[in-house]
Design a protein around this ligand. Structure first.
Ligand SMILES: [Ca+2]
Ligand SMILES: [Ca+2]
Length: 501
């Protein structure tokens, strides 16, 4: 058993979490100040989004130096102070590692062009942000490959020197005391070196057939994982896999390659359909029966759970949290969910920060759409909606300075109530100690998802009417009308029943 199999993680979006020096950007001083808050919430570990020096074209996912702290977030001493305090608070820390690409201003790009992917003539590959994935570079008289923005240059993992550099970086942070890594788009490290054109689907969207999940990528991941584990036995390795094929996603945690992978088929569903959620839980069991799945309904790459799925209904938001924190898997709470934060609202393009939203807006304008229409399209695409500054339950502001991201963040009403719900549930989870138990039953009855783990029956009633559970046991979490061993669970309520009480 690994420590992380029982853990609940919390994603900290560095820029928006807590601003210690009041310049409007979150930082390590602020994060350190908020450790007691996170402890009170009851999470076991934090995933920190990239805090390295960066061009900030993609909010830190364009790294200019892997072994330093961007002054935006403080100094290496601030980081060390934070880490020390985190250890004292028994909080595990995993950090984001972006090995698919570097920022174009990374010194390697100038000093080691052989670390990158070059081509004399582009093929049809599109970047994941839109437009060609190739940009001409006069000095090399060739095109460099970038699967995201043109400032994010893809590394050539066919070059063993890149692996050697990567190991140095991993070693550096392990020595700084981090407990694990979240590897960004880790299945994108290799491409088909023959560069065949990618096909398109029926909607005219590119199928990324030859630029991800290519030969050699698993051997590279195995080497990276092996290196991490040799240096820290109980390191936690999380993979972000850009794929919507669950078997493919799951294959990256097969044979102990990575510990877990993110499944966006569940995590980023757009609409709440209980059958869809249930079916995905079943599929996850089939694909990952011998490993831990991950569970999340929000991240910095999507709209917030409260707006996207719960449509501002707090009962639904709580019920989704209930499911995420009791189903089998390692949950990742996205910062702000614990206070019911909603999507950030934007009035003008000047308030956008996300390259994906800005590019969609500019494309729409270039196609002749009005400012208003383009803003609507940009708002649909921008990941900024989930990146608003934290609204804490204790009402202390995220910052007294002008926030790095503008737009309007709705004051969370009843933030305290939501926070208490999360902390009560997390405490129950820990005390009841069912985290590693398998499902003995996993069923959908009408609109109610039910599962048994250990001595507990978990019932999540997504329906609009009461749900009666007969002759089961005693309710130990959540509200229900108990009558002997029967209990009646209200609409949109989640309840745990002790079958042995
Ligand atoms: Ca700051
Ligand atoms: Ca790549």
């Amino acid at each position: 058993m690994h420590w992380f199999e029982k853990s609940v993680f919390y994603e900290v979006y560095m820029k928006s979490f807590c601003d210690g020096n009041q310049d409007g950007v979150g930082d390590f001083i602020g994060l350190k100040e908020r450790l007691p808050y996170l402890r009170k919430l009851g999470v076991d570990g934090l995933w920190l989004t990239p805090f390295y020096p960066s061009m900030q074209v993609d909010n830190g996912y364009d790294v200019s130096d892997y072994k330093a702290i961007d002054p935006l977030y403080g100094t290496i001493d601030d980081f060390r102070d934070f880490m020390k305090e985190a250890k004292q608070n028994e909080m595990k820390i995993i950090i984001d590692i972006v090995f698919n690409h570097t920022a174009i201003n990374h010194k390697w790009f100038k000093e080691h062009p052989e670390y990158y992917v070059w081509k004399t003539k582009p093929n049809n590959w599109e970047s994941f942000f839109g437009g060609s994935a190739f940009t001409f570079h006069a000095k090399q008289n060739a095109y460099y490959y970038h699967s995201f923005a043109k400032e994010q240059v893809d590394l050539n993992w066919g070059n063993p020197d890149v692996m050697a550099e990567a190991k140095q970086i991993l070693r550096f942070w392990l020595e700084e005391g981090v407990d694990g890594f979240r590897f960004d788009v880790i299945n994108n490290l290799t491409v088909d070196k023959a560069f065949p054109d990618n096909p398109f689907d029926q909607k005219g969207e590119m199928i990324h057939q030859y630029d991800r999940n290519q030969r050699g990528v698993k051997a590279i991941i195995a080497e990276l994982s092996g290196f991490c584990r040799a240096n820290k036995e109980d390191v936690f390795l999380v993979g972000e896999i850009s794929s919507d094929n669950l078997d493919e996603i799951a294959s990256y945690s097969e044979n102990h390659l990575l510990d877990v992978t993110f499944n966006f088929n569940l995590g980023s569903i757009e609409n709440l359909h209980v059958k869809e959620i249930f079916d995905e839980l079943v599929r996850m069991e089939e694909a990952l029966s011998d490993r831990m799945p991950t569970l999340f309904f929000g991240s910095h790459d999507m709209g917030r759970l409260m707006s996207r799925l719960a449509l501002q209904n707090r009962m639904v938001a709580k019920l989704l949290a209930f499911l995420m924190l009791t189903a089998r898997g390692i949950p990742f709470i996205y910062n702000g969910e614990e206070v019911g934060m909603r999507n950030q609202i934007f009035q003008s393009i000047d308030e956008f920060r996300d390259v994906q939203g800005i590019q969609a807006y500019e494309l729409a304008r270039a196609q002749g759409l009005s400012e208003k229409e383009a803003l609507k399209i940009g708002t649909e695409k921008t990941r900024d909606v989930g990146r608003g500054p934290l609204v804490f339950a204790d009402r202390k502001p995220f910052s007294k300075g002008k926030p790095w991201i503008l737009g309007r963040v709705e004051t969370a009403t009843d933030a305290t109530d939501m926070f208490q719900f999360y902390s009560r549930l997390l405490k129950f989870r820990k005390d009841a100690d069912f985290q590693t138990r398998p499902y003995e039953k996993l069923v959908l009855e009408g609109e109610t998802i039910q599962f048994i783990r250990g001595r507990y029956l978990f019932v999540a009633n997504f329906g609009e009417t009461d749900f009666l559970v007969k002759e089961a046991g005693v309710v130990v979490f959540g509200e229900a009308k108990q009558n002997g061993n029967d209990c009646t669970i209200g609409p949109l309520c989640g309840v745990v029943i002790d079958l042995e009480a």
